[in-house]
Design a protein around this ligand. Structure first.
Ligand code: PHE
Length: 354
């Protein structure tokens, strides 16, 4: 070896080289340079053998300290690099579900809304609740008894021809069917009120109904009705007419009125069809209302004593009225929808308008 070894300088050089390594690969290289077999420190140690004992002792001590220092620096650096690399790897593979916004890349998430028929049902319920009615519901699958029998429509009655029925099971002891109107809910409510002793009844009953009809511009095979039933003491036809007119003005607006025309339903007596001013021409007469100025919305009448008898209500003490009309038809009238089939076609461009 030529000249004395500057151990402090070797350590200082090693310190700088170690601090500069920031990947595992760099580190391996630096470690070989500063403490490998061919490093300056190891070579200096090797040269000790040819030195005189005093000088050897002093330099040996210095080199031993220097190697301990360099090993310490290497170990600390190795740990730091490993930690940094692990953190980077974890950050890269992290999946933070709380940060994930579905469809963010495609812009703001589009929100849907209730279908027009549901909006119409809600609006109708609101009007009737405002008039003091309660809202009730009944099953869509019914027996003959609820859909027909209890409503004074016996098996051979020609009135059964008024409703083209989807039967689920035909036969004894009783057929089951998809209800063709919401009137069977009247029976459920009256039966319950008799059992629980909770007469009078002031209720509306919205729901889905089914008929074996071929859909056209004004009919759907699956449609919605809202039924009304009032059973109380001293109820008259004037209460019915007033209720219908109040509802009509509240729902369609003050320009639209109602009128009742004699009709026939087996479960009401007397019965009427109720019509409202045509919303298209405001009563002037147009194609939609066949130049009459009126559009038929539903049926109504005073509860037939035969119906009271079938649920065990005393017709001498109680009287009542009932009505039923199409929710889809109301939506069609209020929004001037030319063809009702648009309600079930699920064309988002149509539905979005409401
Ligand atoms: N249920 C009858 C129909 O669907 C309508 C109606 C209800 C008539 C209540 C009178 C009383 O046609």
């Amino acid at each position: 070896m030529s000249g004395p070894v500057d151990v402090d300088a070797l350590v200082a050089e090693a310190r700088v080289a170690i601090a500069a390594a920031d990947t595992t690969e760099d580190f391996r290289h630096v470690a070989a340079v500063v403490s490998g077999k061919k490093s300056a420190l190891v070579e200096a140690s090797r040269a000790l053998g040819s030195m005189d004992p005093d000088a050897r002792k002093e330099l040996g001590r210095q080199l031993h300290e220097a190697r301990a220092t360099v090993d310490g620096l290497l170990e600390a650096r190795r740990t730091a690099i490993r930690y940094a690399e692990l953190s980077a790897e974890m950050a890269a593979s992290r999946l933070d579900l709380t940060e994930y916004v579905p469809g963010e890349a495609a812009g703001p998430v589009a929100r849907g809304h209730l279908h027009l028929v549901s909006q119409t049902r809600d609006a109708l319920e609101d009007v009737f609740v405002g008039m003091g009615f309660e809202v009730a519901e009944g099953p869509e699958i019914e027996s003959d008894w609820y859909n027909f029998g209890a409503l004074n429509i016996p098996p051979a009655h020609p009135a059964r021809g008024m409703w083209d029925t989807f039967y689920l099971h035909l036969g004894e002891p009783e057929s089951t069917l998809l209800r063709t109107h919401t009137s069977p809910v009247q029976i459920h409510l009256m039966e319950r009120a008799v059992l629980d002793g909770t007469l009078p009844i002031h209720s509306v009953m919205p729901g889905r109904c089914y008929r074996r009809d071929t859909p056209d511009a004004r009919h759907l095979a699956v449609f919605h009705q809202i039924e009304g039933l009032v059973v109380d003491r001293g109820i008259t036809f004037a209460d019915l007419a007033g209720t219908i007119e109040t509802f009509t003005a509240a729902y369609f607006g003050p320009d639209i009125h109602s009128r009742l025309r004699p009709a026939y339903f087996p479960f009401t007596e007397p019965s009427a069809e109720f019509e409202v001013t045509c919303t298209i021409c405001k009563g002037e007469g147009c194609r939609t209302c066949s130049q009459t100025g009126w559009i038929e919305l539903g049926g109504c009448g005073m509860v037939d004593p035969a119906v009271f008898a079938s649920v065990g209500i005393d017709a001498d003490e109680w009287t009542g009225f009932a009505f039923g009309f199409g929710i889809d038809r109301c939506a069609q009238m209020r929004h001037q929808i030319a063809d009702m089939r648009a309600l079930i076609e699920n064309d988002i461009r149509f539905l979005r308008q409401f």
